[in-house]
Design a protein around this ligand. Structure first.
Ligand code: SAH
Length: 350
């Protein structure tokens, strides 16, 4: 066994990664070593998840956003984004459709749209839980006050996704306008966890100015936070943003990081994201084979899909929910995994 393999085993056994280990992996990895890393990641996931993949029905319910993140296609200063909001009835219809397809989690994601007051959000959450008491509701609606998060939780929301984007605050400031801070975003995640949510953080891989040092800091932050879910995908430029000419993040590096995350956080829920599937047509399958165990088929009405364009070229914008569902299940089965139609809570929440 070589140095590379020994380091991978050390990371697995210690469930932590040092900066030097991360640098060694990124500098010495080749096709064969990559396979070793992925095999170890699968071996760690196997006894916990038994080759199950969980599906989350994603409902992109508004693309109206008060923020102006430099990477994001629905940033408020993009005049070319055609704005929309789903009505409560449309959102509930999406959930009904998803429930028929077997989904047990609905993810409500959107821009930070002031129209959806806490009252409205709570109302929607309550109605979904009333109609589908066996389903989990995940919110992904950005940075809010502690008391707002408390109200969502009391209304029945189970989980919250809020990628921290980068743990390094100087790097955060290179990706966001001055009105947003990395410190506040991280505080939101701590608040969400304290309130009792299953919490998801995460990063984009290959954002402008990102270094391996930053990625190491992401691991340090996540080791402290101990999130239940970690969403990562390659940065993909959007033509109407300040980062339009920046290079896309690397699919390969995303896969290495998925595998490393599985080694460091064996029980974590780790999606093979849409961005990964956009950057590489087989990206999501490769993600599962590198240790991911969640996929997020799109449940949004087809006529709004094109409008929730966070980055250029986003896949699945033309497919009906039923088609996305069928496609996901086939993809999972083709690589020897199976979709499990349970809520797919984090093992600590069962
Ligand atoms: N308003 C919510 C949802 C944001 S969209 C929030 O603030 O959490 C969900 C995620 O998409 C973001 O957290 C970001 O990591 C990712 N994303 C946005 N633009 C992207 C791009 N150009 N390429 C890849 N991922 C992107």
């Amino acid at each position: 066994m070589g140095v590379f393999e020994t380091i991978v085993d050390q990371i697995r056994d210690a469930q932590m990664v040092t900066y030097d280990q991360l640098v060694y992996i990124f500098e010495h990895i080749d096709e064969e070593k990559e396979q070793y890393l992925y095999a170890q990641a699968r071996a760690v996931a196997e006894p916990i998840f038994h080759k199950a993949v969980y599906l989350r029905g994603l409902i992109e319910f508004t693309n109206i956003c008060k923020n102006d993140c430099y990477y994001c296609g629905i940033r408020c200063s993009n005049p070319n984004a055609q704005r929309y909001r789903l009505t409560e009835e449309q959102i509930l219809n999406c959930c009904d459709m998803g429930a028929k397809l077997g989904f047990k989690t609905f993810v409500l994601q959107g821009g930070e749209d002031p129209y959806y007051t806490d009252d409205k959000v709570c109302d929607i959450v309550r109605k979904i839980k009333d109609r589908h008491p066996d389903c989990a509701v995940t919110l992904s609606i950005g940075e809010k006050e502690y008391d707002s998060y408390k109200r969502y939780y009391a209304a029945g929301a189970d989980r919250y996704l809020l990628r921290h984007e980068t743990a390094n605050e100087e790097h955060y400031a290179m990706l966001h306008p001055a009105s947003l801070s990395g410190a506040h975003r991280k505080q939101c995640l701590r608040d969400l966890k304290e309130i009792g949510f299953q919490v998801g953080c995460g990063i984009m891989v290959g954002t402008p100015h990102q270094t391996l040092k930053h990625i190491y800091e992401d691991f340090v932050f996540m080791q402290e936070l101990q999130p239940h879910m970690i969403g990562i995908g390659p940065f993909i430029p959007h033509k109407d943003t300040p980062f339009r000419d920046e290079p896309m993040g690397s699919v390969q590096q995303t896969l290495w990081l998925l595998a490393l995350l599985r080694l460091v956080f064996p029980k974590v829920l780790l999606p093979a994201t849409t961005a990964l599937g956009t950057a590489d047509p087989m990206g999501r399958e490769k993600g599962i084979l590198a240790g991911a165990n969640v996929m997020m088929p799109n449940l949004s009405p087809v006529d709004v899909r094109e409008k929730y364009m966070l980055y250029d070229g986003k896949i699945c914008t033309g497919d009906e929910a039923a088609e996305c569902n069928r496609c996901m299940r086939l993809r999972v089965e083709k690589i020897g995994y199976h979709v499990e139609d349970s809520r797919g809570d984090h093992p600590n929440f069962k």
